[in-house]
Write a protein that binds this ligand. Sequence first.
Ligand code: GLA
Length: 385
Amino acid sequence: MAFSKSQVFDVFREKYGVPDMYVFAPGRANIIGEHTDYTLGYVLPFATQQGVHFWVKKTETREFEVFALDTREEIRFLVSDIKDDSQKLWQTYLHHSFQQLGLKDVSFGLSVVFGGDLPIGAGMSSSSALTCGFLFLLNHVYSCGFDVNELVRLAVKAEHGSGVLGGMMDQYTILSGKKDYALLLDCESASHEYIPVHTDPYAFYLINTNVKHQLVDSPYNTRRKQSEEALQIIRQTKGEPELLYKNIENDAFLDGLEDPVLIKRARHIIFENKRTLQMTQFLKNKNFAACGQLLIQSHESLSKDYEVSCEELDFLVSLASGQDGWSGGRMMGGGFGGCTINLMKTNQAEKIFEILSEAYFKKFGIAPDLLKVEPSDGVFLSIFV
Ligand code: GLA
């Protein structure tokens, strides 16, 4: 279910009265650089205009009351006895946010209602938006004093608490996004360069398969382990203990690897890092045909070498290729379902989607969704006095 800023506000008024703060935490889309963040490579994501709205008020007591509009669940608690509840994932993120900030007791509590328009489990980082929104809010309200880079680190750790050993791409983007720009993020130095995204007459569109095949954690964590293992072997073979994938020049580096699975995993990461750097150039030069080609190559590699795609994602990409006005596309995010990201002409996007949607429904009996995504600002907070 999607909720607008004013819908979340209305629920807040009804439940808790007049709010005195508002926080917006965006989702994230990723142009390219998929499964490269946790081996300290390059990614090229942006914050989206879709996200999570939090309306907030300080309470007279130390009690917290938090209402999740999407699931209509409310929890009341004192920071001193907040509990993990694996049944409510959002509560786990909230719990870990308090923990990461070192907040054990506070002199006043908060009333919070949150809800938004990020599809859950679609690879747009709804969970990171929640975590970053909570962290940003609590850091401000309780004057914890963490800067943005430290918040990224805390958000990553807070989410690891839920079992998925993700990289830093989502949290970094949500906290540092900027309207009209993507971030070329170097995950080794945890620093970024803003890359202008002026794609007119094209734009980025997500097509949501509306499927999620597996609990993401186990295959995701396996990919992470395999890619780290492959890198260790490459480092030993080359005698370069500090070597990173992003600095590997070509696939001659794969020589020391015997396991065909590890070869495939490493090959994806080596070339995905290169595609990410190339993409920044093509975007700057507005060479949208070349941008599209890189997206298609990335999908091929994610599907065949990294093996994180699925039938539905492959179907959407393969059917889209050849459509007039479609420059390129690929699966986006962790994989095994979720969205494809597509660079399409704005005046043809609806038509292309109709064709894909009809064929997709015929084959899988599921209706996909179309979502235009535009580079937007990162988390922000407004105070009303
Ligand atoms: C998930 C993780 C990210 C990243 C992507 C794949 O979204 O949270 O850190 O690894 O998958 O690129």
